[in-house]
Design a protein around this ligand. Structure first.
Ligand code: AMP
Length: 424
């Protein structure tokens, strides 16, 4: 199937071909005809499947097909997203795909000044992409009218519920006209999502593609066992020897992200950290620098990385394994997008074996392990030296000391402390 077969207008086809897409992804070939017909949609699709174009393209076409008469523009399509980053990325897609259409769009989210947003809304826009909190701020300041919305999209609805937005969503729904088209995208179908969908959607078409745990299959995954204290050196070594130019690195904590980013800079590797304590401006700049190649390594926490969309990201590194196995799948989903090959490497220290086991259980397979020469963990070195020792004359014991164990358990304790206080 090609994009031409989907019934999209020439303006949209032109924009799509400029993006370099030759074939629709499965979610696109299934969702686009349904949305073009005006039906409601319940789609199980995670980030990386091409879902954004799956709703944006037909949404743009529907809006164009039924242009109201002259007069001030009003918001006719509303896309709600859980995070600012996702809102910005969806906004970018709307602009890119709609570049040959006479429609105006805007993105609004919190963490930045509200004034410029008020000015944009005042001028009149057709498509609004927003996070729920700031959207309601505008409604309460009467700078936004949602009474003319024809199409509502809830993107990453499961994340919105995870992040506690259900009450905000319900408030927004109450502000919309009853007659409208509803599209709900979610990576998972929990009972809460089903409940939300039941109350929101009208005889929806159900589409489900590439379930969360199978999307990981286009990603080449491997494990490097290493001592915790040598992870940073190993990371620098891997980046330099493999000449990786664009690497997304995950740490468990914000503090860890900052520290690692600083250390990499000392090794002469340009890097930026992105996490919840950074201002929106700093996050946007870090992401932009990473996309243009001005910064080679982006160090991120799980929450900050959610919804990050970076074209053809080739390399993800788990500097630390996540506490929640599902986050591993999310993390590596940043690479190997839309069928492209990607590589995910995890640096795993001894104290992370349990986390690794949990991840392997979720993936239902063992991940291949390779030690990097010069970075073998002490446990392996000790085993080797014990073997050598056994053929040596008695009296020369290997230097495996109690102190060493203490250092390890101290590491474990600080690790546990970090985990407890980690506010990702
Ligand atoms: P999404 O799931 O919407 O976040 O999209 C994931 C990535 O796939 C984005 O980087 C898109 O630019 C890219 N993409 C979307 N549709 C296609 C397509 N038909 N062919 C190739 N890449 C695509």
């Amino acid at each position: 199937m090609t994009f031409n077969d989907l019934g999209l207008s020439t303006e949209l086809l032109r924009a799509v071909s400029e993006q370099g897409y030759s074939q629709p992804t499965p979610i696109q070939s299934q969702a686009i005809p349904v949305v073009l017909k005006g039906g409601d949609l319940l789609a199980g699709a995670q980030t990386g499947t091409g879902k954004t174009a799956g709703f944006t393209l037909p949404l743009l076409q529907n809006l164009c097909a039924a242009q109201p008469g002259r007069g001030k523009r009003s918001v006719r399509a509303l896309v709600l997203t859980p995070t600012r980053e996702l809102a910005a990325q969806v906004g970018e897609s709307v602009r890119a795909y709609g570049k040959y259409l006479p429609l105006r769009s805007a993105v609004i989210f919190g963490g930045v000044s509200i004034r410029p947003q008020i000015n944009i809304l005042h001028k009149g826009i057709d498509i609004l992409v927003a996070t729920p909190g700031r959207l309601l701020d505008h409604v309460s300041q009467k700078t936004l009218d949602l009474s003319q919305v024809e199409i509502l999209v809830l993107d990453e609805a499961d994340r919105m519920l995870d992040m506690g937005f259900i009450r905000d969503i319900r408030k927004v729904l109450a502000l919309l006209p009853e007659q409208r088209q509803n599209l709900l995208f979610s990576a998972t179908f929990s009972n809460e999502i089903k409940q939300l969908a039941d109350g929101l959607l009208n005889a929806p078409t159900l589409i489900e593609v590439a379930r969360r745990n199978t999307a990981a299959e286009t990603v080449n995954q491997s494990i490097h066992p290493v001592d915790k204290s040598r992870k940073r050196a190993l990371l620098s070594h891997l980046i330099s020897t493999n000449n990786w130019q664009q690497v997304l690195v995950f740490t468990r904590t914000k503090h860890g992200a900052n520290r690692l980013s600083g250390q990499l800079a000392k090794d002469g590797i340009s890097s930026a950290a992105i996490h919840g304590n950074k201002s929106q401006g700093a996050r946007t700049k870090a992401l932009a620098d990473f996309k243009t190649g001005a910064v080679r390594v982006l160090v991120a926490t799980d929450i900050a990385a959610r919804g990050l969309d970076i074209e053809q990201l080739p390399q993800v590194v788990n500097f630390e394994l996540p506490n929640v196995s599902e986050d591993y799948v999310h993390r590596i989903g940043r690479t190997g997008r839309a069928g492209r090959e990607g590589q995910a490497v995890s640096l795993v220290s001894n104290d992370e074996q349990k986390l690794l086991k949990d991840i392997e259980k979720l993936l239902k397979r063992k991940l291949p392990k390779t030690t990097v020469k010069g970075f073998e963990p002490d446990s392996i070195k000790t085993a080797e030296s014990l073997q050598v020792k056994s053929s040596h004359p008695a009296g020369k014991k290997p230097r495996r000391t109690r102190n060493h164990e203490c250092a390890k358990s101290a590491g474990n304790r600080s690790e546990q402390r970090n985990r407890r206080y980690a506010n990702k």
